[in-house]
Design a protein. Structure first.
Length: 212
């Protein structure tokens, strides 16, 4: 009971220590408290420790609880559950990564879904996942676009066909994002900002050539 109380303490350091203690001495009896706390915990470091504690428990107990959170109306509950599933890496979680989560209106949920999907995708499903992720080209701010590019790059050469299609899009934002992703695929050490700048330059030059 002291640990349960500590997980909800007002001081973030106390909550962090409690999550560490639960993970150090894993007890299935804490799974509900950990999952529930993930949905509302405001501190990033505490959330990360809560996820670590969940990875210490048997996946046959944690995965069903986390899958249930994916239907929550609260974005943080969905996002953190996806993050935890990506760390647990149980293949049974793949079917829970739905199209609606990959296209979630909340950017943090979508980013978590992309990361979880590329970790959990089974052999033979990578091309379909790449095609689905490519539907999001041009979405959001720099961080969102970088997350999508990293997810696609993680899938490897299988993404080349969808990149070629996106680079031929009528939307210059989509073309630039796809071109930057293609550069990162070829050179993982390339800076994303430089890749975007170069992609925009290429798009602009193409537009000028077409106009001429």
């Amino acid at each position: 009971m002291r640990l349960l109380d500590a997980l909800a303490a007002g001081n973030s350091s106390t909550r962090l220590e409690a999550a560490l203690a639960v993970g150090t001495h894993p007890d299935p009896g804490f799974v509900d408290a950990l999952v529930e706390r993930c949905a509302i915990e405001p501190d990033f470091f505490v959330r990360d420790m809560l996820t670590w504690a969940l990875t210490r428990l048997p996946s046959e107990i944690t995965v069903p609880k986390l899958r249930a959170e994916l239907g929550s109306e609260h974005a943080q509950a969905r996002s953190q559950a996806l993050h935890s599933l990506s760390k647990i890496r149980d293949p049974n979680a793949w079917s829970a990564i739905t199209r609606s989560l990959l296209r979630d209106a909340d950017d943090e949920v979508a980013r978590s879904a992309w990361r979880a999907a590329v970790v959990l995708v089974p052999d033979g499903e990578q091309e379909g996942l790449a095609a689905e992720l490519a539907m999001q080209f041009g979405r959001g701010d720099r961080e969102v676009r970088l997350s999508l590019s990293r997810a696609l790059v993680a899938l490897g050469d299988v993404v080349e066909p969808v990149l070629r299609t996106a680079m031929a899009s009528h939307d210059p934002t989509v073309r630039a994002h796809a071109s930057a992703t293609e550069r990162l695929l070829r050179d993982p050490d390339a800076g994303f900002e430089l890749a975007v700048v170069e992609a925009r330059r290429v798009v602009a030059l193409g537009a000028e050539t077409t106009a001429c």
